[in-house]
Design a protein around this ligand. Structure first.
Ligand code: SP5
Ligand code: ZN
Length: 342
């Protein structure tokens, strides 16, 4: 299996995150991707190629043009205004406030284009997010050219980013871009399977009213876990997308037995849907020793998860999402991919 990867992700670094207990180093750091590349090289998974440059217009297939413009310029504006190394939003529209007015103010726009304080913007964020998106698009194109499976080692991740908002370490929705590209290049029906610990609220939003992209999410119950405000089982799609969204929230402390029941169910529905291509939002923050999460999937378990996903037998793009146990992230990812190939 080939991997698409750009070292530009390293410019998205020295990130500070607002944790519940205070401000500190972000979980989402460059070592994550470096360790995955090391593990892939170690097992000879396949060639590692650079993403092919795409046009900014290619992002507009799933993102709002003004949002993309904001992302590409916000750090320069922040730097001129405040001179500090990291931009963060502090105020958001919510019930009782207007959510259809884009403020002229920089801080107003930061709040308008985000849903939490979890997507810090530093000098290199835009170039890294763009290369990450290009990696997913390149991986989708490689499928179109005949590859059976490709791994897009995206960093920053993308599944929390919606049509016009960032959040949860995500800026551009890499998985949604890949799915849309597969649709445009001839797959009539595409499925997204999101196995990150957190619900992929951005991906769900982007495809919620569409019948040509089935979105399945297996994640920690939003009643207990981030992102809290989307990802419940009764969200099944709307208008012509009615029935093409599947959420399987699972309890904290979930282990592989229950997890595999959920995964098999999701795979069966994706098969019934008639998917001709699959995009897997691959998060390994379901890992038992993840520092920020509460599932109990083991390093060995990831092989079985990969193997279960391969049962669909359609061309598959893996898109990297979360996973914060930096020391074990490489082996966990390799096990999913090797389990898939075996
Ligand atoms: C892509 C991705 O996985 N984004 C996740 C963003 C989660 N941000 C909020 C995390 C809240 C973590 N709770 C900390 C518990 C510490 N033991
Ligand atoms: Zn996650």
């Amino acid at each position: 299996m080939k991997t698409v990867y750009s070292t530009i992700h390293r410019c998205h670094a020295d990130l500070k995150e607002l944790h519940s207990i205070g401000f500190g180093a972000a979980f989402e750091k460059p070592e994550r991707a470096e360790n995955i590349i090391a593990a892939i090289t170690e097992v000879n998974l396949g060639m590692i190629v650079e993403p092919i440059r795409q046009s900014i217009r290619d992002l507009y297939s799933v993102h709002d043009e003004a949002y993309v413009g904001f992302l590409s310029t916000v750090f320069a504006e922040w730097s001129k205004t405040y001179g500090t190394p990291q931009a963060l939003p502090t105020t958001w529209p919510r019930r009782g406030l207007r959510n259809n007015v884009i403020p002229r103010s920089l801080d107003g726009r930061l709040g308008y284009y985000s849903f939490d304080v979890g997507a810090p913007i530093v000098e290199g964020t835009w170039s890294a997010a763009l290369e990450s998106a290009f990696s997913a698009l390149t991986a989708a194109d490689m499928i179109t050219l005949g590859e059976q499976s490709v791994f897009a080692l995206c960093r920053p991740p993308g599944h929390h980013a919606g049509r016009d908002f960032m959040g949860g370490y995500c800026y551009l929705n890499n998985a949604a871009l890949a799915a849309q590209r597969l649709r445009e290049k001839g797959a009539d029906r595409v499925a997204v399977l999101d196995i990150d610990y957190h619900h992929g609220n951005g991906t769900q939003q982007i495809f919620y009213e569409r019948s040509d992209v089935f979105v399945a999410n297996i994640h920690a119950d939003p009643d207990e876990e981030y992102p809290y405000f989307l990802g419940f089982a009764d969200e099944r799609g709307a208008s012509s997308g009615e029935g093409s969204n599947l959420n399987i929230p699972l309890p904290l402390q979930t282990t592989i037995a229950l997890y595999l029941q959920a995964l098999s169910h999701a795979m069966a529905l994706i098969k019934d849907f008639g998917a001709e291509a699959l995009v897997v939002s691959l998060g390994v923050d379901t890992f038992e020793n993840d520092p920020s999460a509460y599932f109990r999937i083991t390093t060995e378990d990831y092989k079985v998860i990969g193997c279960t996903i391969s049962s669909l037998r359609v061309p598959t793009v893996f898109v990297m999402e979360g996973g914060y146990a930096a020391k074990q992230i490489g082996q966990n990812v390799v096990n999913v991919l090797m389990g898939f190939l075996e």
